[in-house]
Design a protein around this ligand. Sequence first.
Ligand SMILES: [Zn+2]
Length: 345
Amino acid sequence: MTTISQTGYRIHAWGSDPVWETFELDEPGAGEVLLQVEACGIGLTVLNAIRGDLGNDPGLLPRVPGHELVGVVTEVGPEADRGLIGRRVVAYFYLTCGSCAECLTGREPLCQRLGGFVGVHRDGGYAPFAVLLAANVIPIPDSLDPVAATVVADAVATPVHVATRASLVPEDRVVVIGAGGGVGIHMIQVAQLTTEDVVGLDVTSEKLDAIEKVGVRAVDSSDFASLTGPFAEGPPTVVIDLVGAETTGSWAIEALGPGGRLVALTTFVDRPITIHYREFVFREISLLGSRYATKAEVARAADLVATGQVTPVIGQVVEPADLLFLHGGLRSGGLVGRGALDWRL
Ligand SMILES: [Zn+2]
């Protein structure tokens, strides 16, 4: 088998910073494609992955992190569709089996034989080339700018899935908690495609400004205890909690109106939230979990960005040499929206 030599970032121990180094990459095998990576999105999930939260087997190392990669297919292995050559694609985050009942019915995030994640169990986009299974790439419109497209496969697709889970309708009054972050800033835009009544909660002036900039009312949620409303017309009918703390969950349950839906997305191991059935019963509130997005929803997310219905909010774009600075800004909560690594710089 021939190999390609490339210089990029790899993790050598879960929990430590990726290291810039030169290493070999095998050419695509059966059913695989080779991508020239153009850009890779950076959000909290990649930091969690590097920390080992999504898999910490030392046998997986060294590993190229980065699941939000955008690139052009330059080569395909045997049994992969040659029609993909030259196409711009985004990676689908989950390594799904493709043959279980959930995969066959378009509910890929619930795959019964999940093989792990891009950037954890297979190399991702923190290097200029990547080999993925053809089943793990989703073609996007060629007109989409690669950096803009870094938000498609997670930061926009996840909100598209939430909108479906919450069965959003034009009459809904939606509150998004943590609306200035990478998923939140796109969540409020996706919610606005269905209803005009959307409010974004967050805590820093930069994030509140960013929320207003995409045309959504921003409310400072530094002190949940004193937060009332926030709709004059009545209580929210949907609360999307991207923070997932006791304070945010308790506030949401109390704030929701009759028939309200609370959508949970966070997966913290050590953050339980107290619920009382009586509150759910008396107002017939529903608590919904929302896990990533289906492949069809990733394609829909690409269309929403390509047609300008959702504007990518990318607070910082860096060249490879500045990657670790971006990680630092993300950890401190200072980054507005998503970050991106641009391999063309
Ligand atoms: Zn499956």
